[in-house]
Design a binder for this molecule. Structure first.
Ligand SMILES: [Zn+2]
Length: 553
């Protein structure tokens, strides 16, 4: 007997199925065989397919989306730290001032053995939001933790270390600043404890690393949080062989809870630049659970540490325009080698100088060696400063911008303070980019800054509302259907996976997010808070919300 002759394994019925297919069709029910969607249709059509062996879930009018995707995360790197670090982030821990940070660190230090490291993290640009208008300095951290080295990072680009930590790292007044980094000193030439970009590695390299096992557990920990928000796919930026090995082992043991596309960093990583070229492995290698999604490199630093590279200085720091981590030559060489080897390339570029370098590099290589369907991406492009000229280049070369809607949601006021309203005019211009025919998605850059939550980002793309209640550029708002597409089919396209996932259509993978409410039916500002009642991965229930009323499985 063929599989098709059997009744479905699973039927979801009596719901509103938002398929995200070509016409955004809606259905009432869907049937699953062997982890794949086998039928989509009306309740009566689909119900008639089931029998005693079929698990049937009555959705009671709930809304079903294709499993959501977050296409830019630091998961293997961030998962373990989510489990173990002291959380001083203002967005999620209510730590809103330097004394509160100091108090938390002090409590933590007292609970640890003398000499052991206190590792904490805050939010990017928390200095802008705290009443003191700055980060804590090493003296404050010394007072909080006189006997333990302390390292607290605020986003990816700034770390503050106390005196003990600086001492262990061998940093003193005469330490040479590493290229692409900065060691801050005050007016009298004393270390403040603030380390920027590559200077952070001086301290990071002496902090005991998470064990392999902790890292693996961290992936599972972070995955569970994804499933609770309907996220079934991530594109993870990995920087070392252990992360890749951990993913492989989890996938082989069939323990990987979500699907992962690996973006492998080949510059400033523990992975050698030539590794993938030497192996002859191409983008796409892998299976439906774990796949190589491309290679990644970062031109400039982050906006949060004032190290994204702009032509004009920072508004609140008129002496600095940011810094470049990869010069144009090295960029062009690397881009060309990976392009020619058939890889998809993802380039991090936040400031306009870096954007232009990335666009120049991709434009050059595509002129020299045209390739359809390369799907090269520029990370963070689309946040701001996409003027007509840049948009033309993006369109002509079919480059995929991957903006970050949570930057608008969480740090809008800080962005204004640091790069000013002129540069933020027409920022997060999702409407414009969709109208230009680009397949736009958005990455959270979590989980360290803020949790992954594609539904939050989907809602923000419609409402344009920030964490503090401001509405930003309402003319760039998009429709609910467009926003759903951003985090489903567009994201699948971004990973070369639109034929197997991203919409609820026959033959595709049976990954679903079941929402307590239909985003079409509520206020746009409330979409971000819709509870996810159930998440299904590969036709199996992977998450069930306690108290999801009347939903039985
Ligand atoms: Zn990132």
């Amino acid at each position: 007997m063929s599989v098709a002759a059997l009744s479905p394994d699973l039927i979801l019925t009596n719901g509103v199925i938002l398929t995200a297919d070509k016409n955004n069709n809606q259905a009432e029910a869907v049937a699953v065989w062997n982890g794949k969607i086998g039928a989509v249709g009306s309740k009566s059509e689909i119900d008639s397919l089931g029998d005693a062996r079929t698990q049937t879930i009555d959705l009671k009018g709930r809304c079903v989306l294709p499993g959501l995707t977050d296409p830019h995360v630091h998961f293997a790197d961030g998962g373990a730290s989510m489990m173990h670090r002291l959380d001083c982030r203002d967005f999620y821990s209510n730590v809103r001032s330097i004394p509160q940070i100091v108090e938390k660190i002090s409590e933590q230090a007292q609970s640890q053995a003398p000499g052991s490291w206190v590792i904490a993290h805050g939010s990017p640009m928390q200095d802008f939001r705290m009443p003191e208008g700055r980060f804590p300095n090493r003296h404050e951290l010394d007072a909080a933790s006189p006997n333990n080295p302390v390292s607290i990072n605020f986003g990816a680009h700034i770390t503050i270390a106390n005196s003990k930590a600086l001492e262990i790292a061998g940093i003193n007044k005469s330490t040479e600043t590493p290229a692409g980094g900065a060691i801050e000193v005050d007016e009298s030439g004393e270390l403040t404890g603030k380390l920027v970009e590559r200077a952070q590695y001086l301290v990071r390299s002496v902090i005991p690393e998470y064990s392999y096992d902790q890292m693996k557990k961290g992936i599972l920990f972070a995955s569970d949080r994804c499933l609770a928000r309907g996220i079934t796919n991530i594109h993870d930026i990995v920087t070392n062989q252990e992360s890749i090995r951990a993913y492989q082992e989890l996938a082989q043991a069939e323990e990987l809870p979500i699907r992962v596309s690996l973006l492998i960093r080949v510059i400033e990583a523990a992975i050698q630049k030539e590794s993938l070229l030497n192996l002859g492995i191409k983008t796409g290698f892998g299976d439906d659970w774990l796949r190589i999604g491309g290679v990644k490199m970062s031109i400039d630093g982050g906006i949060t540490g004032h190290v994204a590279k702009f032509y004009e200085p920072y508004v609140d720091d008129p002496c600095h325009e940011g810094l470049i981590r990869i010069e144009q030559d090295e960029l062009d060489e690397t881009v060309s080698a990976y392009h020619k080897a058939g890889h998809r390339i993802c380039i991090h570029a936040i400031g306009d100088v870096a954007m232009d370098m990335a666009l120049r590099s991709l434009d050059g290589v595509l002129k020299e060696d045209p390739r359809d369907d390369h799907r090269h991406r520029i990370e963070h492009l689309g946040n701001w400063l996409v003027n007509d000229e840049r948009l033309d280049l993006i369109k002509r070369n079919q480059i995929l911008p991957v903006p970050n809607i949570p930057f608008m949601h969480f740090i809008w006021e800080s962005l204004l303070a640091c790069i000013g309203d002129e540069r933020l005019e027409d920022s997060f211009n999702i409407r414009t980019m969709l109208d230009a025919g680009l397949q736009i998605t958005s990455g959270s850059d979590g989980p360290a800054y803020w949790p992954l939550d594609s539904l939050r980002d989907l809602g923000t793309a419609v409402s344009r509302q920030t964490w503090t209640g401001k509405v930003v550029g309402p003319d760039q708002s998009i429709t609910v259907d467009e926003a759903i597409r951003m985090f489903t089919i567009n994201a699948a396209y971004n990973a070369f996976e639109e034929k197997i996932k991203g919409s609820i259509e026959v033959g595709k993978i049976a990954d679903f997010a079941i929402l307590a409410e239909n985003p079409h039916d509520i206020e746009p500002t409330k979409i971000k808070d819709i509870p996810v009642d159930m998440t299904i991965v590969d036709g199996k229930m992977a998450f069930f919300r306690d108290g999801a009323e009347g939903l039985t499985a």
